[in-house]
Write a protein that binds this ligand. Structure first.
Ligand code: NAD
Ligand code: UDP
Length: 389
């Protein structure tokens, strides 16, 4: 038998092959999860998305050794009656579909709220009504700002973990005022979490909620003007990659003082696989998934990426590798920011024994090698076409 056929869960029981309805399977996280499931398990994936560029190698057409294991269903969950049938056909639904780039939260707040709350409602309802398990992707942004951020800048309590460590079942959710439309995403995600949780409490829905803390790696977002709109603003990894590929300075929003913890996508996907295969340990829980050891300010991230990219590409850094921009210039009105994001790892550790492994330097090396190989020539071509016209 193949290794996939002999999988066991954390309690030593054999894992039966599952059919998984994965919504948003064509995105960054979905593409890595599909690859992992195809390579290491015998589960079947019904991959749902409006586009499939990032999983084309798995579905268009499926390579012979994956025949019957993965199928692509091009549909928009906003308005497609096929969705319920797919959820009914599956044992487990994983919902990844969302608008989840900060540049959209203050400029397209309606789309953001509809995508993250309204469009997710039928998925929760169909799972609940048909007694199907649901793994719902939320975000670390539901924590909003840290308690410590309201203290004066040099206050000693800011250094105390209880003023910044984010705990699933204890920390409050602290958002800015309504005029700061940045929080439209966090608020929509919070309400859908509350709804999923309530379906569990009142109707017995078997659910797991995932709160990713800045998962990064190959295939994240897009490079503007190459495989995405030229005016588009992706998340920070792709923004900085784009700057490096074009040899322009990296833009630090409001001084680049915000702090983030970055986790390698492949580490994080291990955690999701553990949730999939250990329902008794994962059901009813909310899990932080991040790497508390990989904390940097955005400025430090820019410095590291500049150094790593110089090694990977053999091109020396610019004399002025970074410039400051205001958030108003970069994102427009209504932007606001999370100050610091350290995930508490107690629950995921206890329930699933999961720990992140890859240090930031290593994951940036792998990722920037991929970015350079994948995009350098295309960026060069696009830049010379733009200057010719
Ligand atoms: P992504 O944008 O790469 O993937 C989302 C996918 O959902 C896209 O392929 C998109 O086409 C699809 N989609 C959106 N609306 C749809 C609809 N109406 N019908 C069908 N498909 C639709 O984003 P990602 O980074 O892979 O994130 C996946 C999930 O994880 C999201 O819910 C996001 O909020 C959450 N998340 C991710 C991170 C991270 O670090 N990457 C952090 C916090 C939260
Ligand atoms: N950021 C930046 N320059 C950029 C893109 C982003 O300084 O070109 C900052 C942004 O203001 C935020 C952090 O980087 O403080 C992370 O942004 P990202 O879009 O990745 O998502 P977030 O972690 O805020 O959800």
């Amino acid at each position: 038998p193949s290794p996939a056929a002999s999988r066991v869960d954390l309690d030593g029981n054999p894992v039966a092959p599952l059919t998984i309805c994965m919504i948003g399977a064509g995105g960054f996280i979905g593409s890595h999860l599909c690859e992992k499931l195809m390579a290491e398990t015998s589960h079947v994936v019904l991959a749902v998305d409006v586009y499939c560029d990032k999983i084309r190698h798995l579905v268009d057409p499926a390579p012979p050794h994956l025949a019957g294991r993965i199928s692509f269903h091009r549909l928009n969950i906003k308005n497609d009656s096929r969705l319920e049938g797919l959820i009914k056909m599956a044992d487990l639904t994983i919902n990844l579909a969302a608008i989840c780039t900060p540049a959209d939260y203050n400029t397209r707040p309606l789309d953001t709220i509809y995508s993250n709350f309204i469009d997710a409602l039928p998925v929760v309802k169909y799972c609940s009504e048909n007694n199907k398990r649901l793994i719902h992707f939320s975000t670390c942004e539901v924590y909003g700002k840290t308690i410590g951020s309201f203290l004066p800048k040099d206050h000693p309590l800011r250094k105390e973990p209880e003023f910044y460590v984010l705990k699933e079942d204890e920390s409050p959710c602290i958002f800015g005022p309504i005029v700061k439309q940045r929080w439209s995403y966090a608020c929509a995600k919070q309400l859908i979490e509350r709804l999923v949780f309530a379906e569990g409490a009142e109707n017995g829905l078997e659910f797991t909620i995932v709160r990713p803390f800045n998962w990064i790696g190959p295939r994240m977002d897009f490079i503007p003007g190459v495989d995405g709109p030229s005016e588009g603003v992706p998340r920070v990894l792709a923004c900085f990659s784009n700057n490096l590929l074009r040899r322009e300075p990296l833009k630090l929003v409001d001084g680049g003082e915000s702090q983030r913890t970055f986790v390698y996508i492949k580490d994080a996907i291990e955690a999701v696989l553990l949730m999939i295969e250990n329902p008794a340990r994962a059901n009813g829980h909310i899990f932080n998934v991040g790497n508390p050891n990989n904390e940097v300010t955005v400025r430090e991230l820019a410095e590291m990426m500049t150094e790593v990219y110089a090694n990977v590409s053999g091109e020396p850094p610019l004399d002025e590798p970074m410039i400051d921009v205001s958030s108003n210039q970069f994102y427009g009105e209504g932007y606001d920011d999370s100050d610091k994001r350290i995930p508490d790892m107690t629950i995921i550790n206890r329930q699933l024994g999961w720990n992140p492994k890859t240090p930031l330097k290593d994951l940036l090396e792998t990722t920037l090698t991929y970015q350079h190989k994948t995009y350098k020539e295309a960026v060069k071509r696009q830049m010379s076409q733009a200057s010719a016209s």
